[in-house]
Design a protein around this ligand. Structure first.
Ligand code: 0O2
Length: 267
């Protein structure tokens, strides 16, 4: 195939990568707008270089006419997560989407590759639109922790350096460091639990405070101002203690006060 034909063939793949980067970044932003922890830390992507496609086709004995059907990672996305648990959440999000259809999943985390490589791969079908009409193509989405990504990046450059003849002592070192990555990710999972607990606490507190403030605001419209100011002062002194249980109790009491005013107005 001529160079120009390759470029034309790869154009929709480039569009797919660009679109999917935007979409996954948007998911991250949605979590952030909601003040929630995002399982996606960062996203990047690439279209496989022509030389890499040719090399892979040769290595796997794939006819050049079949590269689009037989090479799954012409369009490649990589999603980095902070913690191993986040990977499952990202996989779930992808499975539920209606703009991509999961064709295959490869779990190199439960069972890492012999090299020590760890990552979760999803091969999905995705449709792009161009002047020529719609085109459905395959994309490979690699989902991994930051630590797994660090290992894979280093190992990939060593593979490139040794061109398939990696010395045994280097392979050994890489296997050892892959084990260290597993340990690191496990230890980081403990930290994740603490982050989640802190986030849940913060969210609950935000909801309680917002309920209290709404009630106080409404009371100003119907109750005696001096009484509402007293309630407000009481709330501020509880708020300063940062005692969630007291705040929750105060919130319930205030609900009752607000309800009694509502009932009085209806009569
Ligand atoms: P590059 O240079 O990243 O594009 P298969 O399903 O086995 O028939 P394939 O596509 O080889 O076909 O599947 P696999 O094994 O899931 O590998 C897909 C991609 O995962 C690779 O693409 C790499 O990006 C990555 N990968 C797989 N194994 C390793 C590994 O041991 N080390 C590193 N660093 N990355 C790995 P390419 O085309 O091989 O490479």
């Amino acid at each position: 195939m001529e160079l120009q034909l390759w470029r034309t063939m790869l154009e929709p793949y480039s569009l797919a990568v660009d679109e999917l980067i935007v979409k996954f970044n948007h998911i991250k932003n949605e979590f952030e707008y909601l003040d929630q922890y995002s399982p996606i830390e960062s996203v990047n992507g690439r279209v496989k270089r022509i030389s890499s496609i040719l090399e892979k086709a040769q290595r796997k004995n794939i006819d050049l006419d079949d590269v689009e059907t037989k090479i799954d990672d012409i369009a490649g996305l990589r999603i980095m997560c902070r913690f191993v648990e986040d990977i499952d959440r990202v996989v779930e999000i992808i499975r539920k989407r209606s703009d991509m259809k999961v064709l295959k999943e490869k779990d190199y985390i439960t069972k890492s590759k012999v090299s020590g490589y760890q990552s979760y791969h999803i091969i999905a079908e995705y449709t792009v639109q161009s002047l020529k009409g719609p085109k459905t193509l395959k994309v490979e989405i690699q989902i991994r922790t930051l630590a797994m990504n660090f290992w894979a990046t280093v190992e990939h450059s060593l593979q490139y350096k040794y061109k398939g003849n990696m010395p045994e002592h280097v392979k050994d070192k890489l296997l050892k460091s892959a084990k260290a990555i597993v340990t690191l990710d496990n230890e980081m999972s403990v930290v994740r639990k603490e982050i989640m607990d802190a986030q849940n606490y913060y969210q609950l507190k935000t909801e309680i405070v917002s309920d209290i403030l709404t009630n106080i605001e409404n009371l100003y419209k119907v109750a005696n101002k001096r009484e509402v100011m007293k309630i407000q002062d009481e709330f501020l002194s509880i708020y300063e203690t940062d005692d969630l249980e007291r705040m929750s109790h105060f919130c319930k009491e205030l609900d009752i006060v607000a309800e009694s005013y509502r009932a009085q107005r209806i009569q």
